[in-house]
Design a protein around this ligand. Sequence first.
Ligand SMILES: [Zn+2]
Length: 380
Amino acid sequence: MFELLKTDAHTKARLGRLTTAHGVIDTPTFMPVGTQGTVKALDPRELREMGTQIILGNTYHLNLRPGLDIIRAAGGLHQFINWPAPILTDSGGFQVFSLAKIRKIKPHGVEFRSHLDGSLLFLGPKEAMEIQRALGSDIAMVFDDCPPHTSTPREVRAAVERTIHWARECREQPRAPGQLVFGIVQGGSDAALREECAKAIVPMQFDGYAIGGVSVGEPESEMMKAVELAEPFLPADQPRYAMGLGTPAQLVEMVARGVDMFDCVLPTRVARNGTAFTRKGTVIIKAGFNKADFRPMEENCDCFACRHFTRAYLRHLLNVNEILGIRMLSVHNSHLFLKVMADVRTALAAGNFPEFRREFVANYVPSRKVLSTRKKETER
Ligand SMILES: [Zn+2]
């Protein structure tokens, strides 16, 4: 199922291949986020053309709208959204804790009010696995408790205990045919809790392991620390997934720390704000300085948007609220994240990942504005 093809001699970076019911995923991989059953502003053909091998879907949102009866009647999520390749579904735990206004934590899940109409709902390990079984995702995530960055040590401990307990319950639930299930390690930036959580979750023998609680408003140093604390306790022969991250340079840094899979709403979210990612950092395409700039968003980028349109034209589209502007920025940004991961894989195969990493991170100038956008993420 997961083949570890190569481990970098100087870092913890790994080259791998994950086989799922709907296809093979080359790792390290970036997974575009399709929260509501679509990667915002992009269609499946565009996603395939830019090299997408797997997308995300979301249990919480898809269960509320359109609802499971519709997706079941369509023949599952792949059929419903016409995406024949692999899908990973988030369990909904993150949304229950970040979106639902009123919630009551119970032994077997969370009672909460829908963020849409206030109706009373319940989501726990059993429900989350049942929904993911009906969606028919290739990779299902366990239902976990993901506490915010501002939680007290006591709250983080309680979340770890709940996460362990709920992982065990998830493990016992039936799955869709061929469905893989990933466990999640919580524990914030507390070394002992990360270790304790990993040591409880790994013996449950999931198909892969996620490092959770790493996109909850913490500074970058703590995000890296959380990954470094959990990684040594994860089995080398199974895939590791850092949930909800990050900028292109952060992804490269996390690959160096032994992570294989990433998802992030940043490429499409900042596109909607009129901002493009490049290998040197972000560029505000909407800004006045692009008014008469007839270069592409990024020189040498072979995405559809950069091959066909100039910054000046895209700026104009964004300025007059034409949908094509947002679509083309979404195409470019998503393409860039996927291309960076493809370049990482090439560097790993060629044995020059440390040089690639050094150069990439040195060239990439992070933007404070984009980093603060990440903090508001709730829709993973
Ligand atoms: Zn481009």
